[in-house]
Design a protein around this ligand. Structure first.
Ligand code: CO
Length: 133
């Protein structure tokens, strides 16, 4: 079951500059920072209600976010949906013919389990399913 919007992932070129800008203009304090090597990103989270704004910087040009920045520039990279049963949700989506990037859950940040769903499945939006620990 889909519980909430977990986060909106925004690709930025300069993480420190973006963090400073979001903090100052929106009056928010960062609540989490993490390097996720498997995804090739460093992320900073701001809490917004029950959801997060996730600023994403690429660890190098040859990473998914690095290639996204090269191709499309800064902007919304993906939307994270919080679910209560990630493996079950993946099975349901596969049964509906929705193309998956990840067939099985893998580790995300904050101790979460995550799986990406191909943008073809959701009107051009890269979707990340997130299950909290
Ligand atoms: Co994400």
């Amino acid at each position: 079951m889909l519980l909430d919007i977990d986060h909106v992932g925004i690709a930025v070129r300069d993480l420190e500059e973006a963090v400073e800008h979001y903090a100052r203009t929106l009056g928010l304090a960062p609540v989490h920072r993490e390097v996720v090597e498997e995804q090739g990103v460093e992320e900073v989270l701001f809490r917004a209600g029950t959801s997060y704004i996730q600023l994403l910087a690429a660890l190098g040009p040859d990473t998914p976010v690095g290639r996204f920045l090269e191709r499309r520039g800064e902007g919304v990279h993906h939307v994270g949906y919080r679910v209560d049963d990630l493996a079950g949700t993946l099975s349901e989506l596969a049964a509906e013919g929705v193309p998956l990037v990840d067939e099985a859950p893998r580790p995300g940040s904050r101790g979460t389990s995550v799986a990406f769903v191909h943008p073809r499945g959701f009107a051009g939006v890269l979707v990340e399913l997130v299950q909290e620990p």
